[in-house]
Design a protein around this ligand. Structure first.
Ligand SMILES: Nc1nc2c(c(=O)[nH]1)N=C([C@H](O)[C@H](O)COP(=O)(O)OP(=O)(O)OP(=O)(O)O)CN2
Ligand SMILES: [Zn+2]
Length: 148
């Protein structure tokens, strides 16, 4: 009798799975490549030396074959652990510009936060699995990075 517990379709199925994680951090938009005047003009209120905070919401999406035996693209419990190591430990309740060495020379826009998370997530995930980092900086400001 056929084993009905596995997906025995001949076609290979590809799935996208996402885990959402929130973290809180403060920052100031300030580029070391611009003068003080240019920084004020480009970043406006976000260049205020006192900085400001966000409750960031990050969506980490992986894309891959749905394993016929396990029924998973990858185990979400493993993804949760990677997110803890790559996002929560270095970024949560931190001053991005002062506490995260990467942002000493890279301006902490949400685009660059997404690149930072991407670059560190690809180091720990199985090859070619990471598909997208989406960050909700505020309810209205959303950034997507796909490694391009
Ligand atoms: N391309 C980018 N532009 C801006 C970024 C960024 O990361 N990438 N960041 C900021 C500021 O840091 C700040 O987050 C924006 O704050 P604000 O405009 O106040 O946010 P809202 O749009 O949600 O505020 P509302 O006043 O409710 O519209 C600026 N630009
Ligand atoms: Zn900001």
């Amino acid at each position: 009798m056929a084993d009905v517990s596995v997906n025995d379709s001949a076609a290979e199925r590809v799935g996208y799975i996402t885990r959402v994680q929130s973290f809180s951090a403060c920052h100031r938009l300030h580029s070391i490549h611009l003068s003080d005047e240019e920084n004020k003009r480009v970043y406006g209120k976000c260049n205020n030396p006192n900085g400001h905070g966000h409750n960031y919401k990050v969506e980490v999406t992986v894309r891959g074959k749905i394993d016929r035996l396990t029924g998973m693209v990858m185990n979400l419990t493993d993804l949760k652990k990677y997110i803890e190591d790559v996002i929560m430990t270095p970024l949560d309740h931190k001053n991005l510009d002062k506490d995260v060495p990467y942002f000493a020379s890279v301006v902490s826009t949400t685009e660059n936060v997404a690149v930072y998370i991407w670059d560190n997530m690809v180091k720990v995930l199985p090859t070619n699995l990471l598909y997208e980092i989406k960050i909700h900086e505020t309810d209205k400001n959303i950034v997507v990075y796909r490694g391009e």
